[in-house]
Design a protein around this ligand. Sequence first.
Ligand SMILES: [Fe+2]
Length: 246
Amino acid sequence: MSMFGWFRKKQRPQLPFSTDVHCHLTPGIDDGSQSVEKSVRLLQHMQQWGLTRIIPTPHVTEDTFENTPAIIDPAYGSLVAGARDAGVEVELLEPSAEYRLDNFFMQCLEQGLVRPLPGNYLLVENGFNQEPWDLDEVLFELNVKGYKPVLAHPERYVYYHDDLDRYSRLHGSGVLFQCNLMSLGGYYGKEIKKVAEWMLENDMIDFLGTDLHGMRHVESIERYMSTSHFAHVSEVLKPRLLNDKI
Ligand SMILES: [Fe+2]
């Protein structure tokens, strides 16, 4: 080794995946980044974490964020232009969305306004207070239509925490799970971290996502990435994750 090797800066910890399937970077259309400049700053951090492909997934929820392609596409266009102007070298794939399973979603589905992730994976979320009353039916319908439902951050639905078997049944029926990196890092609290670890042990984590909304999340992720817990989790998950297979 040359003597300069000794002085090489210690390598920054990297994420165990290079494709992010869940983030809120399309500026100004949900509760994520509110400007192109802020999105570019987030992208610069994501690039340092080893991400090379990013799929923007703005919220689509009844009443609050009734985003359709007509709203998402211009925001995506401004994001792509901003990233190019700033020299950010990540690939911004065509946007998909994080679809709340509600009436608005069913309308979008009927009208052909739903756009999946590559490979027909579809990022869907429950409400945070209760499971959608017709969840099993909707998931079945999505399967019939050829989509592969991916449940966003299942560990954050605290109403499942007393019934872990529900997770096993959902996952066993073919629903894929996308856990949030920050859940494993403890950002949402101890209970959610514990359930995410339980999913990890039971081989239920199919995708990891950043669910990045803003700088508060960047700080939390970067803090977590410097821990031995993160190093361990990364090692276990790296060969299992589907992120880079889509
Ligand atoms: Fe999200």
